[in-house]
Unconditional design. Structure first.
Length: 117
């Protein structure tokens, strides 16, 4: 079973950039599709971006052109580069892993991102 630990959140002003990191352990990293979701106060968790083991990526419309997901299979790391941040990007960001064998999802504990306008 894979364990996920996020880092890199913080408080920034609108227009700034942040890079989130997710360290994975306990599983064969290449056998997981990785992604990021977020949850704003009072709202449901929503998909942000995902990346396959081969590197193919998918983004929510709200972050296309501003966020970039990447992975380093040698280091068991996933990153989310967030540029041109907006106040509506505020929330807790969760790293997720989906097993390509079982289809099970695993989640990290989350990291807070706050964007002040």
């Amino acid at each position: 079973q894979v364990q996920l630990i996020e880092s890199g959140g913080g408080l920034v002003q609108a227009g700034a950039s942040l890079r989130l990191s997710c360290a994975a352990s306990g599983g064969s990293f290449s056998r997981y599709s990785m992604g990021w979701s977020r949850q704003a106060p009072g709202k449901e968790r929503e998909f942000v971006a995902s990346i396959a083991g081969s590197g193919g990526s998918t983004y929510a419309d709200s972050v296309k052109g501003r966020f970039t997901i990447s992975r380093d299979n040698a280091k068991n790391m996933v990153y989310l580069q967030m540029n041109s941040l907006k106040s509506e990007d505020t929330g807790v960001y969760y790293c997720a892993a989906r097993s390509l064998l079982s289809g099970n999802y695993y989640w990290g504990q989350g990291t807070q991102v706050t964007v002040s306008s």
